[in-house]
Design a protein around this ligand. Sequence first.
Ligand code: DX5
Ligand code: ZN
Length: 222
Amino acid sequence: MKILTSPSIFASDLLNIEKEVRRAEAAGADTIHFDIMDGVYVPNLSIGFDLLAQVRKITDLPIDAHMMTVCPEKYIERLANAGADIVTIHSDVADEDSIISMFEEIHDYGMLAAVALKPAVLAEDVYSLIDYCDMVLVMTVEPGFSGQKYMNMTGKIRKIRDYIADGDISIQVDGGINAETAALCARAGANVFVVGSAAFGSSDMKATLTNIKRAATVAYCE
Ligand code: DX5
Ligand code: ZN
């Protein structure tokens, strides 16, 4: 699996978002992670469709919309129109059939679909959804805020990687990721690394992302 980094724009200096997107591009980011929070699914509000559409205009990097909202099905069309490339839906926002329908709608718009697991959700809880999506996001913090302490989810990541076996499905991790925690997750089978405060808080984002990729590449092969 390709090892990729995805800076989380929510952790950037939002007053200077264009500069921050350029900084991520110059640092070698593979995708832009875009956190959408509704104050109901998580106790925080963040950024939304209009800003996503603005970011779309200034970058060719794929944009991954991490939906931390209830009823994400209401927003799939707007995400497509705003120019999202990947839509990530939390597994516990609806029943299995409804989530599968959301993935189908996401695919019908030509976007990729991912299922996200907050810390309390078990690997086994999402096995039946994995066949319908392109990526699994294992949260390594409680969703809602940047800058939190990393929580160890390596057992869960390993189970999911074993379940996927030879399938072409990425495992992404999000929350408290730096070179050290990325290596732990990569060793368990994660290959896409969302990086918020460690990336945007760095004075040399290129070095930060390069170190994360290097550490993860070595660990993934172990
Ligand atoms: C938290 C968000 C993350 C956050 C990551 O709910 O999903 O994407 O911005 O930030 P760090 O890397 O600082 O934990
Ligand atoms: Zn996120």
